[in-house]
Unconditional design. Sequence first.
Length: 494
Amino acid sequence: MLRGLRTRVILIQSTVIAAALLLMGMVLYQIQKNDIIRQFADNAQTTQRLIRSQMQGNGLDLRKVARGVQAARVSPLFSSIQLTESSDKPAIAKMTQGLPPAFSEKVQLLLTECKPGFMNMSNMHLISVAPVYESHGACISLAIVSNRAYLMQRLFLLIEVLGAYILFNFIILSIIAWFIIDRYAVMPLRRIEQAVEGVSSGDYPQMKEMPDAKELHQIVKAFNTMTSAIQAKEQRLKNTIQELKEMQSLIIQREKLATIGSFVSAISHEIGNPLSAIISLLESVKTAIPSVQKGADRESGRAQDGRPADMIGRSLNEAYRIDALIKQLLLYVRQKPPVFLDVNIKALCDDVLVSSGLVRDLKDVGISLDVAAGTVWKTDYEKLRQVLLNLVTNAVDAMQGRGRLAIKAAVNGGQLILDVSDTGEGIEKAHLEKIFDPFFTTKGSGKGTGLGLAIVKNSVQDLHGEISVVSKKGEGTVFTIKLSLVPIANLHHV
């Protein structure tokens, strides 16, 4: 686009320069032409005065007059100088022979009436007539005719000089005009074009202002203002789209929860009561049969001796697993609203590690707790405790009894940031986006329900926070919880 613009601008400026130089050349040509005519007229008047003085001093001594005429013919401006009496009509007719009729009649009239006159017939064909002697009714006039070839030669030379002058100035002015236009118009417009192309491709550059070019400077300022406004609106649009996606995800999640809640509520009563009866009967049998009491291992489902004990132990463990699954389902779909109170975070972390028995049981796991003693945050104690307990339990399972567990908490920028990290086996990259989905688990059959991290995520959201995870297979995992300040309207007092 700018290449065509530059071509058009150069053509326009070349045309303007050529027209200006041509006009100036025509003016100079006319001035020089008038100057040549003036020179002829001045020389003619001088010659006429010379002849007049000679004739007045010598009467009609034609020899002396002829010498004066001969001397006057030295001027290259004249082609012929003739003396004619006003009464000598044949001589007058012969002298004007060859002139155009209109000019011939005028010259004859001037010579006959013995009057002065000057005529420019065409193309430097000049004639000057003036009386030089009058006595006793006799009148002699002097007629001077221009040397047309010489005068035309001077004009042609003038035309050549003016042509060279015009061409030289045209080249110089064109180069200067091209440089100025390219420097102050084309190059800034090219930068504007590139910036506009950048906007169309999703980039929003800020152009450097051009104070030397006032109009373009205003355009650049308007462009920068426009790109800033577009960028701000695009960012707001992205934020709005992200919020809508999050709201949509939340709505879908709540619809799932509502569906699961209806299902769990329906089956919990139907399954819970019979399951409780089954567990009670199996516990009674376990108590009544010594071999069962001795051999059943609730953790592993194995028995040390006796086939009946093995069967009863396995049945009892499976019943407890079903009961735990139902309770987790109820916890997932029937979460109570949080009660926000001032909570000492270090005391909470100590409770999670000590009260749960993790410190006592984990002999080969190093535990690091980095929490300032005075760290207090307004949150729900039980919900946050359950969140940390689930994360710590998962970390212990991932380390398989050996490694290092670290809990770190700090307040930064109006947020409480909690990190729970381990040196376990880590999480595969393909699983990172799914670990918070309900019923997703990487544990073996019978070792997990897939609801632990889903409950953690819901609880963190209830506490006005967010949870993220960073993990690399074989190097460990870090869960980060960020809790924001709770609006006063959302506080629940007890």
